[in-house]
Design a protein. Sequence first.
Length: 504
Amino acid sequence: MNEIILEMKGIIKEFPGVRALNGVNFTVRKGEFHSLVGENGAGKSTLMKILSGVYTDYEGGIFLRGKKASFRGIREAEDAGIAIIHQELNLIYELSVMENIYLGSLPRLWGPLIDYRTMEADARELLKRFNLDASPREPIRNLSVGKQQMVEIAKAVAKKADILIFDEPTSALTEEEAEFLFKIIESLRKEGVTIIYISHRMEELFRYSERITVLRDGSSVGTWDRKDLDRDTLVKHMVGRPITDVYPKIDNRPGETVLKLENYYVHHPLRPGERIVDGVNFELRKGEILGIAGLMGSGRSELAESLFGAFPADSGGDVYLGGKKVHIHSPQEAIRRGFGLVTEDRKRFGLIPALSVGKNMTLSILRRLRKFFLIDEKEEGSVVDRYIHSLRIKTPSPQFIVNNLSGGNQQKVILGKWLATEPSILILDEPTRGIDIGAKSEIYHIIKELSESRVSIIMISSELPEVLRLANRILVMCKGHLQGIIPAEGATQEKIMYYATGGT
């Protein structure tokens, strides 16, 4: 266990206008579970992209099993036994599950002919190992984000790597699915696989890590044995200051009903006659934080997207907004009626990666910024600067390409985009997915302030502690049905899981 399998020495990486890594050192022992932590923008993902061959232009050295290594691409890193599961899914949505898993190493009959029978059989065994209910031939685009995340992990495991890098692998998974993933990780470690693990979830870090390395602002802070750290000390190393009040005290007073659903249902987009959400009834009050919990496939995200007019299937039942019956057919109409939606999958639905931070942030208010046939650039700049400052978005400038930001800062850009619309109802689908504890605390305080300013919030989350600490009431869904509504004062994780698994 003390054998050094990997050393990264003096790693420097620069992007236009910013030095992402400044002489980072990182050492990993063979067979250990080694966590790499830091705030969003600290350089964790950048360091791992260098190790896995994504970035090839850097200074410093990589030593693998005692020998100098240099990778000219992902394939060379994989050939050397290194595979990565990215925080942002790296899947081709038009291909099947099995084609995504074995892309780059497709089994062949002879010449260019692919052995689909063998590929399907191998994929089926791998999916069974991951307890994933999906056909190997099903297009990846049909799966939920959580299932896509499990396919991404299966894809890396299929490469039979010696070093597996997990970058926020549980951010799209429920507690139950995360537990299952860690059982798989433990079985891999028994086979001699070394795990490098990036996560913002403190309970995971302290439960599974053997050692923890901290980065801050692109520099190495240090490496500690897990037993020598506590939560407060680790947070202080990460952010440079103590954070004692992660969850703010919610002191809102919900008012009159602003949104009401009666017998609401949503059709399955691919299976005629099947409903993915069925018979849902609830009310949302002015200034209320209404939490929605449930396992993968419970219909939470589909409900949110349908309410926003963005789900690709018909819905029915009665929707009342301000006491008047409405039917929202498109996101444009939803925005006009005061809705905002922070989506679960920021890469596919929340951002235009090739555009700047500023342009992404004002996408939803272009009509308001228009002066005759042109955009009022002064007003646009004022809006962008306000939310970059208030949300503490780490970016060299508003013109910086949003795809080059860390995942957490991308999430803040999306939040800023919707806050700019001044919504009356804001739907947050996994709002803190892939975000560090400092940024989480900031977003929790923003949610509190919005609620106290009478914005009504629907918050979907797989992290039960944040639902329990922030929501006035919690709706629990199971297989498209609303199983129960729990007041905050009577809510526990056990009660939520009881309803989420089908209890009534």
